[in-house]
Design a binder for this molecule. Structure first.
Ligand code: GTP
Ligand code: SPV
Ligand code: MN
Length: 604
């Protein structure tokens, strides 16, 4: 029966959107090849030089469709309070009418694709199924890489497993209301009318007007985080914007670490880290999304529900992330990078000197005197997990891996030290709830402005963030402190007064991981500070690094006065949640302030 329900839903959507034809996707290699050929014919993608980059392509988007659009992302719960103060909300019935108007005939002249996909290995206790309907073959190609598109999903649905319906249209029909044909363009979209809409109670997704990234690949942020977080709240698990790695120490001990950093703040880079200190190994399990649930022994277990990487291109180089570069030797779909005259790709940071005669992300000739960026700052590479040079053997383990530590971080030029351990689970939740970061190009809006991005989930939490904080705190009640992962705050991005990064970052972050693991193994003591436990400098392996006078101190400085400003800013942020804010977090803030005042007193 359930399959007939699915078919009924597909035909309803077709009646609404009026496509020329319907194509059910099976996830096969042949299907991907024919979709790629179609995209090439339509001019949406171009093949790169098969000698240097086999089976790889570049897409150039409409310059108005280059990132997630948070302003146009909605959580339409029945009650506004359930969406909370950090989400856009509209009454579901009002939004449904509005979306219906937009989707009427929105696929005219196009093919409607029906994509059965799984987040997580099909059949795994973690796996969740979805059906995305889209009129964008670029989305079909990307979903092939980012999710598990498979007939097996239909069998699971037939067997009665729940699934999330997700409807997407680029919002540019090829026939107008007077029945006139409209010429297609290389990157159809409708940037003035973008809506990325979630109905958390009925677990539905509707997305209109954008073909880019998280706006249109609906298994990713929409299903795995916004709908996923709501399912997690109801069912006792967590859907998080995190990377997941296995770290092996020189003594051959294995640990699993997850880390939440806001968009474009270093998850993919940490996920593929090549340690610069001897004896350590890091293997990739996931780079953007992690689902966490208590296992049978009560310890938290984690999986990466995705099947591919959709990573930020600029800044990626042989020097900063060799593993990522090695993973891109074939089967990559690049979007909005620059191309060379030999049919290869380039972006800012790949090499010091750009090659001569580039074509920029908008398809225009470009030289370093052009005064613009060759690649869009949110340009991306997309490749299957199987490409990953540092892939962990157990990355698809259906029951996930046991989590030993959780890191929270952001992009902070000031105040936040390189690494701090939380005093407890509750204090760790406070650290997560108060992450702040300078905005990046991953979403619309001004780059560089500081904002609170709790748990790096501000754009991705599908319910009231205060309830989400309470959900995190509840694990501290259900699970003994000893069994819970230890929580750390990190910041790779602190700057000196001349504006340069104080910490070399990338592979050198292995030195921080070394200290974190020394804490798990109780090999180091650390030293208390008002904001948590920091390393004694002697506990850090800094062999081979050169710091100028005062730089290391600056990296770890906790200035009570500026931290008291931080307290005020957190207070203001917390006020947004009113009485819903868990009192434990208010208590943590009061205690933090007291410790800072005490420290300030001791200094005078
Ligand atoms: P999303 O895919 O948007 O969620 O981003 P992400 O969190 O995976 O960020 P990513 O690893 O792609 O890094 C974003 C940018 O930060 C890139 O330009 C990187 O080069 C830069 N970056 C990453 N790690 C470091 C680091 O340790 N130090 C410095 N200075 N820059 C870094
Ligand atoms: C992010 O913005 O956090 C991303 C890119 O990972 S997108 O898939 O567009 O959400
Ligand atoms: Mn992300």
């Amino acid at each position: 029966m359930p399959l007939s329900e699915l078919k009924e839903w597909v035909s309803q959507i077709a009646t609404l959107t009026k496509p020329d034809q319907i194509q059910w996707c099976d996830g096969s290699g042949n299907e991907l090849e024919s979709i790629q050929a179609l995209l090439v014919r339509q001019g949406t993608i171009e093949a790169l030089n098969p000698k240097t980059r086999p089976n790889s392509f570049i897409a150039r988007t409409d310059p108005r469709d280059v990132a997630r659009v948070e302003e146009r992302t909605f959580i339409c719960s029945e009650q506004e309070a359930d969406a909370g103060p950090t989400n856009n909300w509209m009454e579901p019935s009002v939004m449904r009418t509005l979306m219906r108007e937009r989707f009427i005939g929105s696929m005219r002249g196009r093919t409607m694709y029906v994509i059965p996909f799984s987040m997580g290995p099909v059949g795994s206790p973690f796996a969740r199924y979805g059906i995305e309907i889209t009129d964008s073959p670029y989305v079909v190609a990307s979903m092939h890489t980012m999710t598990r598109v498979s007939q097996k999903v239909l069998e699971e649905i037939q067997a009665g497993k729940p699934w999330v319906p997700a409807v997407h249209s680029v919002g540019m029909p090829l026939v107008d209301s007077q029945e006139n044909k409209i010429a297609d363009v290389a990157w159809p979209c409708n940037p003035e009318e973008v809506y990325v809409v979630h109905y958390p109670e009925t677990r539905e997704i509707w997305s209109y007007g954008s073909g880019y990234g998280g706006n249109s690949l609906l298994g990713k942020k929409a299903m795995s985080l916004r709908i996923g977080s709501v399912q997690g709240r109801d069912e006792g698990w967590l859907a998080e914007h995190m990377l997941l790695i296995r770290v092996t120490s020189p003594e051959n001990k294995r640990y699993h670490l997850a880390a939440a950093f806001p968009s474009a703040c270093g998850k993919t880079n940490l996920a593929m880290l090549r340690p610069t200190i001897p004896g350590w190994k890091v293997e990739t399990i996931g780079d953007d999304i992690v689902w966490i649930a208590p296992g049978e022994n009560g310890k938290l277990r984690a999986i990466n529900p995705e099947n591919g990487l959709f990573g930020v291109a600029p800044g990626t180089s042989e020097g900063t992330n060799k593993a990522a570069m090695d993973s891109m030797d074939q089967n990559v779909l690049f979007t909005n990078v620059a191309t060379t005259k030999d049919g290869d790709v380039w972006w800012e940071g790949m090499s010091k000197e750009p090659p001569a005669n580039l074509t920029d992300w908008q398809g225009k000739p470009w030289t370093k005197d052009s005064g613009t960026l060759a690649a869009h700052p949110n340009s991306r590479f997309c490749f299957p997990m199987s490409n990953t040079a540092t892939l962990c053997d157990d990355w698809e383990s259906p029951e996930g891996v046991e989590l030993d530590a959780i890191l929270f971080g952001g992009r902070r030029a000031t105040n936040v030290p390189l690494v701090v351990q939380s005093r407890s689970w509750q204090h760790g939740v406070f650290m997560g709830a108060t992450i702040s970061s300078e905005q990046t190009a991953a979403a619309e809006g001004p780059v560089g402005v500081l904002r609170r991005d709790p748990f790096a989930m501000l754009p991705f939490c599908g319910y009231n963030m205060a309830d989400y904080f309470a959900h995190w705190l509840s694990f501290g009640e259900k699970i003994a402190e000893d069994s819970l992962p230890k929580i750390f705050q990190v910041n790779w991005f602190r700057k000196s007064s001349d504006g340069s990064f104080l910490w070399p970052g990338f592979g050198e972050n292995s030195r921080v991981i070394d200290w974190i693991i020394s804490r798990l193994e109780e090999r180091s003591e650390g030293q208390q500070s008002p904001i948590g436990l920091m390393p004694n400098i002697s506990e850090l392996n800094l062999d081979g690094l050169n710091f100028e006078e005062g730089e290391l101190e600056a990296l770890f400085e906790v200035d009570p006065e500026s931290w008291l400003y931080e307290v005020r800013s957190i207070e203001q942020f917390f006020e947004r949640f009113g009485a819903k804010l868990p009192q434990e977090l208010r208590a943590e803030l009061i205690e933090l302030e007291a410790r800072l005042l005490q420290e300030q007193g001791a200094m005078v």
